[in-house]
Design a binder for this molecule. Structure first.
Ligand code: HEM
Ligand SMILES: *[C@@H]1O[C@H](CO)[C@@H](O)[C@H](O)[C@H]1NC(C)=O
Ligand SMILES: *[C@@H]1O[C@H](CO)[C@@H](O)[C@H](O)[C@H]1NC(C)=O
Ligand SMILES: *[C@@H]1O[C@H](CO)[C@@H](O)[C@H](O)[C@H]1NC(C)=O
Ligand SMILES: *[C@@H]1O[C@H](CO)[C@@H](O)[C@H](O)[C@H]1NC(C)=O
Ligand SMILES: *[C@@H]1O[C@H](CO)[C@@H](O)[C@H](O)[C@H]1NC(C)=O
Ligand SMILES: *[C@@H]1O[C@H](CO)[C@@H](O)[C@H](O)[C@H]1NC(C)=O
Ligand SMILES: *[C@@H]1O[C@H](CO)[C@@H](O)[C@H](O)[C@H]1NC(C)=O
Ligand SMILES: *[C@@H]1O[C@H](CO)[C@@H](O)[C@H](O)[C@H]1NC(C)=O
Ligand SMILES: *[C@@H]1O[C@H](CO)[C@@H](O)[C@H](O)[C@H]1NC(C)=O
Ligand SMILES: *[C@@H]1O[C@H](CO)[C@@H](O)[C@H](O)[C@H]1NC(C)=O
Length: 304
């Protein structure tokens, strides 16, 4: 009896220490902004998200850092035995950007300073119409909403201004389970490196995995993002796990992903038994050069 109550007592004295952690009714953003940056203001909330995002992009580059290194996705890294390179999706190397058509197009997102302003806690050099300014700020706003920044919606930290279906944004990237899981782990590690607890970082990771890291997920709305239920699967490659609440027919092509290609890579054309490599522009020139033959064939076809 005595033993049992002293064990209970031990638990009771440990309990307040646990409660010194983030209370459930305070969001991750509202709890850590004052504890890491001093005061809970809209501009400090934006700064917290900025150093978090910039850190998972470039790797740890700034204080605060509690001694946890972060690699960043801007340079390739071996993850689970496979090299993961995410930067090419931002450099225009692939036809992976959704500009509204039926296929992806190549687009450069690093058009306003690249890493230089990012290393100075900024999104870009300040050209507000650049793709770099737009994409970084949209990601700051989205991640701020995801971790519940209550002061968003002011000029110092606007609410999310980008597209709200994450499937539509990423549909031509064909991201797979390793790329996505690698990215989400980086997001978590970057959060911990700033002083966010491991528990809270893994809460973030769990909700990102749940919302975006499965295939064919039924339409949902994302908390704190002002939009109706929409398609949100970002992991759409065949190796992505099927969402527990899936409906592939809600997705174009029944959820089948179009794979992007390296737009500067040469295509190999086989001519008369020998394989020779020829550039895409040259190939198009050749086909154009042969146009009279196609036209002649068409005329002959019609005449017959
Ligand atoms: C949990 C995972 C992810 C979330 C929540 C997320 C969220 C977002 C958001 C909010 C945007 C801005 C959209 C807009 O401006 O309308 C965006 C853009 C983008 N994301 Fe992701 N993302 C994730 C994973 C990834 C991964 C793994 C990649 C791989 C390279 C990636 C590549 C991109 C690119 C290239 C853009 C620019 C697209 C454009 O503006 O057309 N994202 N993402
Ligand atoms: C959170 O809950 C605690 C204890 O129930 C309460 O004292 C506090 O005012 C609440 N905080 C907010 C922001 O609701
Ligand atoms: C990244 O973090 C590690 C661990 O705290 C530290 O040793 C390293 O100096 C940091 N790198 C930069 C560029 O800040
Ligand atoms: C990493 O590789 C192991 C073994 O090959 C596999 O079981 C695991 O699912 C992989 N992890 C991810 C995130 O794909
Ligand atoms: C990229 O272009 C290739 C070749 O034109 C095409 O087969 C592929 O479907 C395109 N991918 C996307 C995602 O649009
Ligand atoms: C970025 O912001 C953090 C937090 O205020 C600060 O400690 C750090 O010095 C800033 N880094 C740069 C490069 O300005
Ligand atoms: C800002 O970026 C846009 C889009 O890339 C570009 O057209 C414009 O020339 C840039 N403006 C300045 C002042 O660099
Ligand atoms: C799946 O999506 C299709 C197309 O939007 C819809 O007609 C159907 O009702 C959905 N099925 C379920 C079970 O929600
Ligand atoms: C794309 O192809 C070009 C030419 O072969 C090559 O230099 C480049 O590294 C490739 N990029 C990627 C991301 O594979
Ligand atoms: C392949 O065949 C083409 C056309 O017959 C010829 O011009 C070219 O030199 C050949 N290439 C090689 C590597 O043999
Ligand atoms: C691609 O093909 C063009 C013309 O056929 C050639 O000049 C160029 O060197 C090739 N590039 C690569 C990376 O093989």
């Amino acid at each position: 009896m005595f033993r049992l109550s002293s064990i209970l007592l031990a638990f009771i004295t440990i309990l307040p220490l646990c409660l010194a952690q983030r209370p459930e009714n305070i969001s991750i953003c509202d709890f850590y902004t004052p504890s890491i940056l001093g005061e809970n203001t809209a501009s400090n909330q934006l700064l917290l998200i900025t150093i978090w995002v910039n850190t998972f992009v470039l790797g740890n580059y700034t204080t605060p850092n509690i001694g946890i290194p972060v690699h960043g996705f801007a340079t390739p890294e071996i993850y689970n035995g496979t090299e993961i390179a995410l930067l090419p999706y931002f450099t225009g190397a692939y036809n992976s950007t959704n500009l509204g058509g039926n296929a992806g197009v190549s687009k450069l997102f690093l058009d306003d300073g690249g890493p230089v302003p990012v290393l100075k806690n900024m999104s870009s050099n300040g050209n507000t119409s650049s793709a770099q300014y737009q994409v970084f700020n949209h990601i700051y706003q989205y991640f701020g909403s995801i971790i519940g920044c209550s002061l968003q919606g002011s000029p110092d930290f606007p609410s999310y201004q980008g597209r709200t279906s994450m499937y539509e944004v990423h549909k031509f990237m064909d991201l797979d389970i390793l790329q996505m899981t690698y990215f989400i782990n980086l997001v978590d590690t970057a959060a911990s490196s700033l002083g966010i607890s491991l528990d809270d970082a893994s809460t973030i990771g769990t909700s990102l995995n749940r919302a975006f890291n499965t295939r064919c997920a039924s339409p949902i709305s994302i908390s704190n993002i002002d939009a109706p239920s929409e398609l949100q699967s970002i992991c759409i490659a065949p190796d992505c796990p099927l969402d527990p609440d899936n409906n592939c027919s809600a997705y174009p092509l029944d959820g089948l992903a179009l794979a992007p290609v390296n737009i500067t890579d040469n295509v190999t054309v086989t001519t008369g038994g020998n394989g020779s490599t020829i550039g895409v522009p040259l190939l198009l020139d050749l086909l154009w050069g042969l146009r009279w033959i196609w036209i002649l064939n068409l005329i002959l076809l019609v005449e017959n």
